[in-house]
Design a protein around this ligand. Sequence first.
Ligand SMILES: [Zn+2]
Length: 73
Amino acid sequence: MSAPSCPACRTLMEEGFMIDQGDHSTPSQSEWAEGPPERSFWRGLNLKGKERIPAVTYRCPQCGLLQSYAHKV
Ligand SMILES: [Zn+2]
């Protein structure tokens, strides 16, 4: 997929991703999960049975707008 243009200022956006800080401070890529978040006492969020897709986030170097895409591989 080619980089999208910023909807606000039409500048070409840079590809990147959002960092998730996990339990052991290990950085990982943010994921999109289906449905509303369900809190789980033990795991923070209950992700059982939810579809998860790694999210790619584009950033506009002009105005800083972020735009995320979660494509199925
Ligand atoms: Zn912009």
